[in-house]
Design a protein around this ligand. Sequence first.
Ligand SMILES: NC(=O)c1ccc[n+]([C@@H]2O[C@H](COP(=O)([O-])OP(=O)(O)OC[C@H]3O[C@@H](n4cnc5c(N)ncnc54)[C@H](O)[C@@H]3O)[C@@H](O)[C@H]2O)c1
Length: 236
Amino acid sequence: MRGLSGRRALVTGAASGIGAATAARFRAEGMGVLTVDRAGPCDLALDVAAPGAAEAMAEAAKARLGGLDVLFANAGITAAQPLEGHPDSLWEEMLAIDLSSIFRLCRACVPLLAESGHGVILMTGSVMSSFGEAGMAAYAAAKHGVLGLARALGVELGPKGIRVVCIQPGAILTGMTKGPFEAQPEFAAYWREKAALKRLGTPDDIAGVAAFLASDDAAFVTATPLVVDGGATAHP
Ligand SMILES: NC(=O)c1ccc[n+]([C@@H]2O[C@H](COP(=O)([O-])OP(=O)(O)OC[C@H]3O[C@@H](n4cnc5c(N)ncnc54)[C@H](O)[C@@H]3O)[C@@H](O)[C@H]2O)c1
């Protein structure tokens, strides 16, 4: 992809799934990559929602990469929980990890991204950034927030030369979906059938899109979502 070689990226949630595949793809494109996760192999082990985590990640990017060109705010969790009996703690944890941590990380990294001259922020939303589903109140609310954040920051940061895009994956086979898909094969079958391409997505399907969006080939793309779901949500 145009312009990626030599650029520096911070990838959160990089020990598994979409983040791991994207970190590997960025490296294959010749980029310097700093990986962050709270569990599993990575360069910086921390909880992205912990107090001070955003500043620690920005400092690590400066110290270890010498700056930052691409921020991929991707770490996230999910859980299904009906509204009745929905604990406050789950609502707060989901919002903290899936939304608030991205806001803080963007705020901490913008000075580095502005210095870059071609800064890019990619955030992982979901098809659930655009619709809802029973039992997914907290996840859908957080992911709708991610899309709003991408649009607002894209507009605000454009004059600094920073692009912001919300990637909206459909059903992707990762650590997040493995358990639910194995426990409920009909859930996986539903998503496979719903996709126009009649398959589930792979982490590499998202990694390729992330590489494109981070590259100069996407130089005029900002403040927008990009749905990557094999056509699953193009129809009711
Ligand atoms: N898999 C899907 O079908 C799907 C669909 C839409 C959106 N997404 C989104 O994609 C992103 C990546 O998920 P995935 O599918 O690759 O799942 P995954 O579970 O394979 O990977 C997520 C990674 O994030 C890390 N993580 C979670 N909370 C963290 C925290 N507080 N601090 C640091 N690291 C943390 C986990 O340890 C894990 O390594 C998430 O934001 C998820 O909501 C996934």
